[in-house]
Design a protein around this ligand. Sequence first.
Ligand code: HEM
Length: 415
Amino acid sequence: MTVEVPKSVANTLVDIKAYAQETPLDEAFAWLRANAPLAQVQPDGYNPFWAVTLHEDIQAVESQNDLFLSGERTVAVCDAKREANTEELPVRTLVQMDNPDHMAYRRLTQEWFQPANLRNLQERIREVAKDIVDSMAATGGECDFVNDVALRYPLRVIMEILGVPPEDEPRMLQLTQELFADGDPDLGRDGDKGDSSGALEAMLEFVGYFQQMTEARRSNPSDDLASAIANGEIKGEPIGDLEAMGYYLIVATAGHDTTSHTVSGGMRALAEDPALLAALQADPTLVGKFVEESIRWVTPVKHFMRTAAEDTELKGQKISKGDWLMLCYRSATRDAAAIEHPEVFDIGRKQNKHVAFGFGPHVCLGQHLARMEMRLFWEELLPRLKSVRLAGEPTGVESNFVSGPKSIPIRFEMT
Ligand code: HEM
């Protein structure tokens, strides 16, 4: 029997304010998981799509990447108005590719992102973490953790990796926020238009910036990631311009915003639960579990879309060729069938097999870097943090694609 999904639940799936507030969103996902875990929905103003809300269904879709394509319906944009604006994107990123290109382009940097290579960066990243922690101490015990600390750290790490000078970091941050949170009244450029034109403008600015960088790395290559991209070869041919730009863009955006949101979520958990700080200080080896739980808890990437390549069946539902599917990661990380007591922030989990990094062939390429960065940050901060608590009401970013805390006022004591 097909259960009808209430319009309010369908609308919540795309409502950027619900993503900022979290509770209405989690309630909508809980309703879907309980009543219609794989349901076709049509929010007002949107074309219909399947909402995939269970952990195991997301894994099933993601592991069949020749059946459920990424390239047809790229990422978050899925309403009719926005589609008009995304026909000719100035980039082609890994998340927009299918095989055979996806595999070939992913292989280009796969090794660079492996732990064995990342270990070479560890000491430098620790220095960056130390500097940021020092600057937090220098605020004198009160700050907005998101803007004063969390947004600055992964940004600095990834921009250094890419060779972007520190004076350009604020511009990179602003462009990232305009791209990922185009509808947010404080961060986006769309204003009342709500048509993604701001995101497209930001993308074009990024491309202009990285074109110059490509030329510099081609005439003067080093062993950094930017040089590996600029001088990459795919099947014996130089990497295409659209694809090189796509690589820079995804690293320069997904490479920090996701991680900052997660660090912020970790701090909020600490500020709300003094026992958590005490536990981490009593046993510093728990930091890895704390990082993992923060990733699950925040799930900064809220969804990606897939398109069915042919008629098929999933959990007894007939999916037609061309149907769109929304992979609702935030729902899957709260699915009690996969995560015990998902509503609790718990660093004691024996297993934490969440899908916040996605799953299968497209699984996050930067996951090891993200984990290492966060571990180093907390290793520097936790031993110096004597106490922390909220000093005001936190707010969230209004975006149904990449989102997390927008502001977390805290009061703290540090050595
Ligand atoms: C907490 C931090 C992060 C989270 C939660 C996250 C999450 C995700 C998710 C959900 C996907 C889509 C996976 C899928 O379709 O199955 C993805 C893809 C990707 N991420 Fe991340 N990410 C994070 C950090 C990073 C960092 C630091 C980088 C790079 C420096 C990065 C680079 C990428 C790339 C290149 C892809 C595309 C992979 C592909 O399509 O083959 N991410 N990420």
